[in-house]
Design a protein around this ligand. Sequence first.
Ligand code: SF4
Ligand code: SF4
Length: 337
Amino acid sequence: MRYRTFGKIGFQVSSLGFGAMNLPGVPLEQARAALNYALDNGINYIDTAAAYRNSEEIIGECISHRRDEYFLATKTGKRDYASAKEEIERSLTRMKTDVIDLLQIHYVNYVHEFKAAMEEDGAYRAALEAKKAGKIRHIGITGHRPELLAKWIQKDEFDQVLFHLNLAQPFALNELIPELTRRNMGKVAMKPLSGGFIQPVDKAIRYPYSQDVHVIISGMVSVDEVKENIAAMEREVEDAEREELERLALRLGTHNCRRCNYCSCPLGIPIPDVMISSVIREELGLLPKGVGFYEKHKEKIVSCADYEPCKEKPQCQQQCPYHLPMQSVIQKAAASY
Ligand code: SF4
Ligand code: SF4
């Protein structure tokens, strides 16, 4: 396992971080085995969030007796002071710890949400107070819009940012990562498999591993998955492989969707998933999870073409800050059934 100094935070973090988001979906003993195997094999960064069902409780139950062996990162999705304060206290209790290493303001994608979190009565003040009280050590932020995140870190209020970086979403490389490097901040990449669409797993992990980030958070739920993820990082990425991965990322990123979720579809079509996976499917095929996704949403995807209110002006496209042609991508995907 490779270890890197985590920017100004200074901790020696493992390049692979354990993403605990999906642990609530598996039996507790399986989660316990996966978490402990990860710690036994060099992973020392655990990432969760108050919003991930009972993920924090699982961490408290399964590994709090080994608390000095891992850097613990969680998130608050609250924007106001009182609710964030309450949620931080709840996280401490649920994870059976006296201190959270990194508290991130979670999923900030809109300017108005950022403003709400940062104003006098916002979540950031609750985080600062908890930091002064020794209940959290560092404050970070997470979001899906890298160019906005690059602006929001200009006042040095944060120590770390969590962002998408994978073969299908290389957008953080443009402004965000260079800015984080300039500021010596913690750089954490999430979703190497883009929610289970990118394959093979080895290639998916090795792309962010080849880039300038400290930690790659991969969602894992079993010992086998931890082994598979660790194995992908056994060798360093040499120049030739890095260049090949970067060329592939350029092709897979042509959909340009940031997963900001500004768009919504009255038919319930998960637009960002279709946008991103459409290109992956053409280039690499899909993992079983991706195939299952298309089976599950077939009816909705197919009905986009007949949805009268969108015939003249697609409703989704009016909401996209990147002006993407979602309707034609959805209808092309429908043609593949
Ligand atoms: S164009 Fe299709 S995907 Fe977009 S909102 Fe309308 S029905 Fe939904
Ligand atoms: S299609 Fe546009 S609005 Fe929808 S998630 Fe992607 S970037 Fe955001």
